[in-house]
Design a protein around this ligand. Structure first.
Ligand SMILES: CSC[C@H]1O[C@H](OP(=O)(O)O)[C@H](O)[C@@H]1O
Ligand SMILES: Nc1ncnc2[nH]cnc12
Length: 257
């Protein structure tokens, strides 16, 4: 059973030659695509393309709950989310990798929880990302000489439209990068006691920097940078220890009312 799951974002629709493809049905419907099972450097890994194999789900329609549930059902304990993001700060340059450490939720109407009652849970989100996985990915990116930011605050907007100039100028006062999909993916993984790490690749300067971003540019830059992300995955995944010592599973102990 794969203990590691990867959710690929825009431009990342596969990360290995699958050995098997599994159709999973969940209480929340089907995931974005059948789950691919394969190996990265000898480690069994499950993969879901967040927007579907042919990018048919816009960010506000991604079946986030089904994706996380499906991975959990297959035995996944650790989720690696890969995202394309716009930059809100000069120093976060197109091509840079950001191992996100905080987020701000500006989404509006998504399914945010598995606990809609009668079971009620309030999960701590002070530190949303797995410290053990963050450390491994930061160290490995540095070893590989990749342009990496150890921290970054991701603001998640509802989409599917990009921001206005006024919004972008406001967002850059309190976040470093912008995207449309981190929430509720990270919340949901945490609600099931899974570890979650986010590897964001900067694809553009958001519209505060004058030139309006477009989807084609995001996909083009992400394709150019896919090789960096692949190298990072290949080198980091074998370093992930079998047993978790991070405490991500413990958040559930004190969450229920
Ligand atoms: C294709 S442009 C906007 C699209 O790209 C990002 O996707 P992901 O986070 O899945 O890599 C952004 O969040 C939007 O969904
Ligand atoms: N500028 C941007 N705004 C929102 N989502 C993005 N994904 C990639 N670039 C983006």
């Amino acid at each position: 059973m794969p203990k590691i799951g990867i959710i690929g974002g825009s431009g990342v629709y596969g990360v290995f030659e699958p050995k098997e493809t599994v159709k999973v049905h969940t209480p929340y419907g089907r995931p974005s695509a059948p789950v691919e099972i394969g190996e990265i450097e000898g480690v069994e890994v499950a993969f879901i393309p967040r927007h579907g194999k042919y990018h048919e789900f816009p960010p506000h329609e991604v079946p986030y709950r089904a994706n996380i549930w499906a991975l959990k059902e297959l035995g996944v304990e650790r989720v690696i989310g890969i995202n394309a993001v716009g930059s809100l700060k000069e120093e976060y340059k197109p091509g840079d990798i950001v191992i996100i450490d905080q987020f701000i939720d500006f989404t509006k109407k998504r399914e945010y929880t598995f606990y809609n009652g009668p079971r009620v849970a309030h999960i701590s989100m002070a530190d949303p990302f797995c410290p053990e996985l963050r450390r491994i990915f930061i160290e490995t990116a540095k070893e590989l000489g990749l342009p990496v930011h150890e921290k970054g605050t991701y603001i998640c907007i509802e989409g599917p439209r990009f921001s206005t100039r006024a919004e972008s100028r406001m967002f850059r006062q309190f976040a470093d990068v912008i995207g449309m999909t981190l929430v509720p993916e990270v919340n949901l993984a945490r609600e099931l006691g899974m570890c979650y790490v986010n590897i964001s690749t900067v694809t553009d300067y958001d519209v505060w920097a004058e030139k309006p971003v477009d989807a084609q540019e995001v996909l083009r830059v992400m394709k150019e940078n896919e090789e960096k992300v692949q190298r990072l995955l290949r080198k980091a995944i074998p370093k992930i220890p079998e047993e978790r010592k991070c405490g991500c599973a413990d958040v559930l102990k004190t969450a229920f009312v």
